[in-house]
Design a protein around this ligand. Sequence first.
Ligand SMILES: Cc1ncc(COP(=O)(O)O)c(C=O)c1O
Length: 372
Amino acid sequence: MVDLKGQYDGIKDLVNSSIQEVLETTAYINGPKVHQFQKNLEQYLGVKHVIPCANGTDALQIAMMGLGLKPGDEVITADFTFAATVEVIALLQLTPVLVDVNEDDFNINIEAIKEAITPKTKAIVPVHLFGQCANMEAIMELAKAHNLFVIEDNAQAIGANYTFKNGKKAQAGTIGHVASTSFFPSKNLGCYGDGGAIFTNDDALAHTIRGIVNHGMYERYHHDVVGVNSRLDSVQAAVLDAKLPHLNTYNKKRREAADKYDAAFKNISNIVTPYRNGSEDSHVFHQYTLRILGSDRDALVKHLNENGIPCGVYYPIPLHKQKAYEDSRYNEADFPVTNQLVKDVISLPMHTELDDEQIEFITSTIIKFING
Ligand SMILES: Cc1ncc(COP(=O)(O)O)c(C=O)c1O
């Protein structure tokens, strides 16, 4: 699905020398590389504060802790996402409220959010799924009207640009009150282990969060709030700082690969290619995800595997049907889209090193299978 070795080979000297600097200084924890990467990422995103942490799951949890959400507060999020999003809500004893998504962009559905809002609702967590922003303008309007926090789960869309109705643009992860991201190796900006970060433009919230990631300390050995230990280590920061200047090129390469996939599938009526929301740079294709209509998606997965083509089903089970998150309040009729998507979707190899020959082999194998 990804070619991390091919990508490393292209930037080997840069990454090696960046890591070497850390090894020479031995500043493995909270060293200058972490600070340097933080500053560079703030500049790239156009956001006031980036707070690096250990992974994207921690980033979400810490963002929620920073907002002071309390047990019993309801948090609305999408039924069709990776489990980390709902996991941290449940872990903090907040009440997850899963809602359905859109059929086109697979992102959280605005009408479903409206229906789910109650007096106990405190936050909405849109997930920018597969690399494309949720409808942030509508979400921010709803949040304002109901006095809710918006926490963007931006694990999959770093570098995506969201365009508002008035033409103004903003980077994914800089629109809500706070956002989280993941630097898991296969992410668009991935390190060589685990990593994550929280973004916000709110000075007070950034201060609170900086203490939470460091055992609740604002002054050494003074623990003012319950915190966690969640740090991006300096070696991972060194990798990320070497890769950040390449992020736009990497995202462009992903879009170009997506264009080639789209062109190959253009006339295949039962393949739905990914929807693109507005401007060219709105989708960074963390995943290239097709819907297979009227064919046996699982048989296609088997066929691709037999032909040596990796593929993935993200996600095969709606979160409201997962044992950990089942809730008698959910009604199946409220999840028609997610219930269908889990049967239809298939993600194809998507990375910065995909070449024309690989794309041709993948697409022709799929088309032959679909056409019988
Ligand atoms: C949407 C989403 N949220 C959160 C996470 C969690 O990130 P991490 O694996 O770094 O904890 C991921 C990672 O796969 C993700 O895709």
